[in-house]
Design a binder for this molecule. Structure first.
Ligand code: S3P
Length: 192
């Protein structure tokens, strides 16, 4: 499928852990005939170790540097749906790089829903403590401003991954590269 030139050439999915970035991203990429990449997977491939191992062996700061390096490279991608790690928005320069790479969309979900979705997973070092639900609420509150800086938001609660992918596809078709650049405050499709 050809992609009209006036549309963003990549779609970048941001949002907290457990908001469905990878599941939605895979389906969206399939619909568009694009490739799918996940920034955490890129970091793991490059490092030859898991995100948990990077956190345990070198600490979060090292992981954030690796993440920033990947964010800076995304502008070189074409026709790709990119799922990002939940903390990529913590550095404003990362968000600027994501904006340059394509249409950035933030997936949202309430803390309780995120806690339910992540209950069976053990691969999130930031949630490894005794009370993951409290930690999720705390991190969400702390990151409110960072996620809020993203123009386009999609509420993922009570929607299937197919519905969310279809909605983002519409957002993308309604977006326009030059319009976005001329009028960055534009927010007509935002749901939240
Ligand atoms: C993180 C989110 C994770 C991963 C790392 C840190 C975060 O990615 O990058 O564990 O700080 O929110 P997912 O959002 O894909 O779980």
């Amino acid at each position: 499928m050809t992609t009209p030139e006036h549309l963003p050439q990549n779609i970048i999915l941001c949002g907290f852990m457990g908001t469905g970035k990878s599941s939605v991203g895979r389906i969206l990429a399939e619909r568009l005939g694009w490739q799918f990449v996940d920034t955490d997977a890129l970091i793991e491939q490059r490092e030859g170790r898991t995100i948990s191992a990077i956190f345990a062996e070198d600490g979060e700061a090292k992981f954030r540097d690796l993440e920033s390096a990947v964010a800076a490279e995304l502008v070189n991608y074409l026709h790709t749906v990119i799922a990002t790690g939940g903390g990529i928005v913590l550095r404003p320069e990362n968000l600027a790089n994501l904006d340059r790479a394509g249409l950035v969309v933030c997936l949202d979900a309430p803390a309780e829903e995120i806690a339910r979705r992540l209950a069976q997973f053990t691969d999130r070092p930031l949630l490894a403590g005794a009370d993951p639900a409290a930690r999720i609420a705390e991190l969400l509150a702390r990151r409110k401003g960072a996620y809020g800086a993203i123009r386009q938001h999609v509420d993922t609660a009570n929607r299937s991954v197919e519905q969310i992918a279809a909605f983002i596809n519409e957002l993308w078709q309604d977006s326009h590269v030059s319009l976005e650049a001329e009028n960055p405050g534009r927010n007509k499709n935002s749901e939240t």
